[in-house]
Design a protein around this ligand. Structure first.
Ligand code: SF4
Length: 745
């Protein structure tokens, strides 16, 4: 069987390979790292710079850089870091290629063509900022503050987002990290334990690790991968629940090849088995459990056999998983996942994960869910505008919430529907800041229509993404390597080591180039132009960071002396707060009209002739954001589609064949990609990496590379509790040489 991969090979393969092989391949292809004759003679002006914080993904590893003649030539992990240490991933290394990417936005641009078919004219910052503030103010004057929608992403977007929310007064802010990613998880855990879970499970000290859909190794966040590997090296058993033989599944002790959308049934059967066989932590439930009787009764129908039928599994395998978890309790890392916007029934699955953790007594236990106790720093705040609920799309006239368990901001679908219908009010101004909603949000054509009907669209970004094609004014932002910015705090990952906390601030490693500006400059100028000068909280990014640090008794100068990272003694992470509770049954959730006990809600079945489209991450890209990076593009230039080997044989498809796609709603892919033939895929699904297939010709490397999976995600599901999108309910057929291929049953 092709899946017989030993643990040793695993440790050498996916996770580590994910981090280092593409990088070495990439680096060896470049000449810039080869010592030059000048360097050999020692005549070059070199210096080391510390205090960078990576933002090639959201994880924010701490960096040092090497400069030659003022030009950044290499990035590494900051040796002082107790988070990522000296390691960074392939994307982190390739930050240099983002910094010097010739396709980067350089000057303020005005679109003198159409939205979607832009013709760019270079303009001055004065003209650009005047136009942004005047036209946004016109929208506010005509339609009220709620007439503006904001789509922010990344650390630099926080400051402008708070300006538009608090001072301008619009609720219509939708962060992809909440509504297309982790918002469901956070709200489900809040409804169960009162806290969002983060990802800080104590994997280094776990006896068992359960990953439901998480593909660590392809999903690379350096300290997280290191913690995971440490746990496996120390002997933790790994259970991976995934329809696909992922990098994690390849290393697992038990791979559960589950039918997509049925994970909650699987988890309920495990919990019911543990309860019925008294294999749960009675003391923990007595002390910290609430609503256990209702929970027990609510899940009692979920026998192993019933779940096995629903999930298309062997009941013995579900029992094997349950026994392994019980035998390893409480040192069990039930991973809460991160990108969990899957099927539109996801709140219940995430509630199940939170309850299972409680059932095993694995909160604040060695090897369990241990959030770590990091230090506190401050923030800066815009003056608050007093706005009423009548402006909030998430509330109807009776002030009843439509999605009562929604994460912060407003569900994206409510904003889009209001914009397209004008009801309950028009939305005519749009700010996209670091987000690319065309390739993030289901229904890209709907998003384009939303943008086209606006009176004004402004966009701030580093790269010319697909979304920037819909801007009227496009502003170039400095990258994370050229600016001061956020303060990151945390603890070390292995709690068996000395307890420590860190506070890191972002320092620029190089001066900004061309006419790029930072978020404080841009936001303050727009605020002033809109008449909110008095509300401006800080004048520079340095002042903002300094204010953040002051709360921790630090300053920017002090942190500079400490190479960007301040370390201090930590606290025992395993001490559970006295008032910690796990709500196995949540009465408030039930009063809101949803199941108070975790409940399985079936999803749409795959129609005949189609396969379910699944998507995920690859270690060398952060979705669309890195597609134009030459090193990363060389490492993985397209996103092959995984097709089951038996299905491929029936369709006459071979490894490497080029295929396109059509979905069950008639949407066709614009480009093609190659076929990866594998037994490691269920027959009723295909899989590809997310974020490929950019359409903007200004991204000269990433344009048309691979297939844009988002263009095939047109069927829109919304999680009823949170309003977040489910994105794995779309079904596709393959197209080869112009012929549409029916997927065999
Ligand atoms: S995981 Fe990689 S891309 Fe993400 S912050 Fe760390 S080095 Fe950067």
């Amino acid at each position: 069987m092709a899946f017989n991969v030993t643990r040793r090979r695993f440790l050498q393969s996916a996770s580590l390979a994910a981090v280092s092989i593409p990088l070495s391949k990439v680096v060896s292809a470049e000449t810039s790292f080869t010592p030059s004759p000048l360097e050999a003679k020692g005549t070059l002006n070199e210096e080391k710079v510390a205090g960078g914080i990576c933002e090639m993904c959201f994880w924010r590893c701490q960096l040092v850089g090497k400069k030659r003649d003022g030009r950044l030539i290499k990035l590494e992990g900051n040796p002082k870091s107790i988070d990522n240490g000296t390691s960074i991933c392939a994307r982190g290394n390739a930050g240099i290629k983002l910094l010097y990417d010739p396709d980067r936005l350089k000057y303020p641009l005005k679109n003198v063509g159409e939205r979607g078919k832009p013709v760019w004219k270079k303009i001055s910052w004065d003209e650009a900022l005047k136009e942004c503030s005047t036209r946004l103010k016109t929208v506010v004057d005509k339609y009220g503050p709620q007439g503006i929608a904001v789509f922010p992403h990344g650390s630099s977007a926080k400051y402008p987002m708070h300006f538009f929310e608090r001072t301008v007064g619009t609720h219509n802010v939708s962060e992809a990290s909440f509504y297309q990613c982790r918002g469901i998880r956070d709200m489900a855990y809040v409804a169960t334990t009162g806290k969002p879970p983060g990802e800080k499970v104590d994997m280094p000290n776990a006896k068992a690790i359960l990953l439901v859909g998480s593909h660590i190794g392809e999903n690379v966040h350096v300290s997280h991968v290191k913690a995971y590997i440490k746990g496996l090296q120390r002997g933790a058993k790994l259970i991976v629940v995934d329809p696909r033989y992922s990098a994690a599944a390849a290393k697992s002790d038990i791979w559960v090849k589950i039918k997509p959308g049925t994970d909650t049934a699987f988890l309920l059967a495990i919990m019911n088995y543990l309860v019925k066989n008294e294999k749960y932590d009675v003391d923990f439930i007595d002390e910290h459990g609430e609503g256990f009787d209702e929970f027990k009764a609510g899940i009692s129908e979920w026998t192993l056999e019933k779940a096995a039928k629903e999930c298309e599994l062997d009941p013995k395998q579900i029992q094997e998983v349950a026994d392994l978890l019980a035998d390893s309790a409480p040192s069990v890392s039930i991973h809460p996942g991160r990108h969990v916007s899957w099927y539109g029934n996801d709140f219940q699955r995430q509630r199940s994960l939170a309850c299972l953790t409680g059932l095993l007594g694995a909160y604040y236990s060695k090897g369990g869910w241990v959030p770590g106790k990091g230090p506190k720093v401050g923030g800066v705040s815009w003056a608050k505008h007093d706005h009423g609920l009548e402006h909030n799309l998430n509330y109807n006239e009776d002030e009843e919430a439509k999605y009562p368990l929604h994460p912060p901001g407003t569900p994206t679908e409510l904003i889009r529907d209001a914009a397209l219908t004008g009801k309950p009010y028009p939305i005519k101004g749009c700010v996209m800041w670091g987000q690319n909603p065309i390739q993030t949000i289901p229904g890209p054509d709907k998003m384009k229509d939303v943008l086209k009907q606006m009176d004004f669209v402004m966009c701030v970004d580093v790269m010319p993404t697909d979304a920037t094609m819909y801007a009227d004014i496009l502003l170039p932002e400095v990258s994370y390597l050229e600016r001061y910015d956020l303060v990151k705090t945390g603890t070390q990952w292995d709690f068996s080591e000395k307890q420590q906390q860190y506070i890191a601030a972002r320092f620029p490693l190089v001066e900004p180039m061309f006419e790029r500006k930072d978020q404080i400059f841009i936001t303050n100028a727009i605020a002033e132009g809109m008449g909110y000068k008095d509300a401006i909280p800080v004048k520079t990014v340095e002042e903002m960071v300094d204010k953040n640090l002051k709360v921790a008794g630090l300053s920017l100068d002090q942190l500079k002396k400490e190479d960007g990272i301040h370390l201090q003694d930590g606290k025992d992470p395993y001490t559970m707060p006295e008032d910690f509770e796990v709500l196995f049954y949540n009465e408030d959730v039930e009063d809101l009209g949803f199941p108070g006990v975790p409940t399985y809600i079936p999803v749409d079945q795959v129609p005949g002739g189609y396969a379910r489209l699944l998507y995920g991450r690859v270690p060398v890209h952060t979705f669309n954001r890195t597609q134009n990076n030459t090193w990363l593009h060389q490492a993985m230039p397209e996103n092959p589609v995984w097709v089951n080997d038996q299905v491929a044989a029936k369709l006459g498809l071979k490894e490497g064949d080029q295929v396109g796609f059509i979905n069950s709603e008639g949407a066709k892919s614009r480009t093609t990609t190659s076929v990866k033939v594998t037994p490691g895929m269920r027959k009723d699904c295909v899989y590809m990496a997310h974020g490929y297939g950019s359409a903007n010709p200004l991204m000269t490397v990433g344009v048309d590379a691979g297939v844009d999976d988002q263009s095939l995600i047109t069927k829109i599901s919304v999680d009823p509790e949170t309003g977040a999108h489910g994105m794995r309910n779309n079904f596709v057929k393959l197209i080869k040489d112009g012929k549409v291929l029916d997927i065999p049953a």
